[in-house]
Ligand binder design. Structure first.
Ligand code: ATP
Length: 286
């Protein structure tokens, strides 16, 4: 079966000489939920950005990145068909990346632009069934009632949920979430992680999420990949993370992190969210 993500011999030197990623080899199967952990500056964001084709790897290396069997970049060149690959990849950023002045619904509809004629997108002319799809996605993330509000009026947690709804509308097969809960309070963080776990479980969407919180990684992700100075130093079950490894990754703070993780309750199991049938009148009103 084709892997959701295949990375071979990825290296990255930035212009300032920083060797940010070193000989990364990584395969993620479809339907996995994987946490990317590591101290600040270990290369988590850089790795995710390479996977999305936003950053180009070293030209000299024989690197290859494939998503769902399609080439993202090879030997330091972004593939010419990158738009097709990007349509399969949803990116959730720490800072949400919504257009503040636009209504939430319109922000979610942005997820459809890759398959909408540019003039319809530009004129914001979305079909009723497209609006219904966006409303359904907002319902799934629990903020349908906010669809008409400007994005700037939502709380951080709600904005992040709108960003996830955008990836749902996009139909992304792989969701890359770069520290999606870094700027959220604990309750909003829990909601966002629950939603990521649910789309992984219910939609069989592959989720790769970078996290600072090891306890959250252990709670939600069966597999953990740990980076240290741009190198993969652990790739295995989150349950098998050892205090010694965490100490080498996080130094003196590891014991604190471990005691938090030990006290973490198991991931809550949700029943599938019932999705309402949006009537034409409701869609028009939106
Ligand atoms: N555009 C850039 N130019 C030069 N160096 C960079 C650039 N982007 C990242 N780096 C460096 O590459 C290394 C990895 O950065 P990256 O942001 O990927 O780490 P991270 O693990 O995501 O950190 P954090 O958890 O703090 O977000 C860091 O040393 C960073 O300073």
């Amino acid at each position: 079966m084709t892997a959701a993500l295949h990375i071979h011999q990825l290296n990255k030197h930035f212009a300032n000489g920083k060797h940010a990623l070193r000989d990364i080899n990584l395969t993620v199967q479809r339907g996995e939920m994987v946490a990317l952990i590591g101290a600040s500056g270990s290369g988590k964001s850089t790795l995710l950005r390479h996977v999305a084709g936003l950053v180009v790897a070293d030209a000299s290396s024989d690197s290859l990145i494939e998503v769902d069997g399609r080439c993202v970049q090879q030997a330091g060149r972004i593939h010419s068909d990158i738009r097709k690959v990007r349509s399969q990849v949803g990116f959730v950023f720490q800072q949400f990346n919504l257009v503040d002045r636009l209504p939430v619904l319109m922000n979610v509809l942005v997820g459809l632009l890759h398959r909408t004629p540019w003039w319809r997108g530009w004129l914001r002319m979305f079909k009723p069934q497209e609006r219904a799809l966006a409303l359904e996605a907002l319902h799934r993330v629990g903020i349908a009632e906010c669809h008409a509000q400007r994005a700037s009026t939502l709380s951080g947690g709600q904005q992040q949920r709108a960003a996830i709804a955008r990836t749902l509308v996009q139909g992304a097969k792989v969701v890359l979430a770069d520290e999606p809960i870094a700027s959220l309070d604990p309750e909003s963080s829990r909601k966002v992680m629950d939603i990521l776990a649910r789309i992984n479980r219910e939609d069989r969407c592959t989720v790769i999420v970078s996290l600072h919180q090891v306890d959250v990684a252990i709670k939600y992700c069966p597999r953990v990949v740990a980076l240290h100075h741009g190198q993969v130093v652990y790739d295995g079950p989150s349950a098998a993370l050892t205090p010694a490894l965490l100490r080498s990754l996080y130094g003196v703070h590891a014991d604190e992190i471990l005691s938090d993780a030990a006290g973490a309750p198991p991931a809550p199991v949700h029943a599938p969210t019932p999705v309402p049938q949006w009537t034409p009148a409701m869609v028009q009103a939106a």
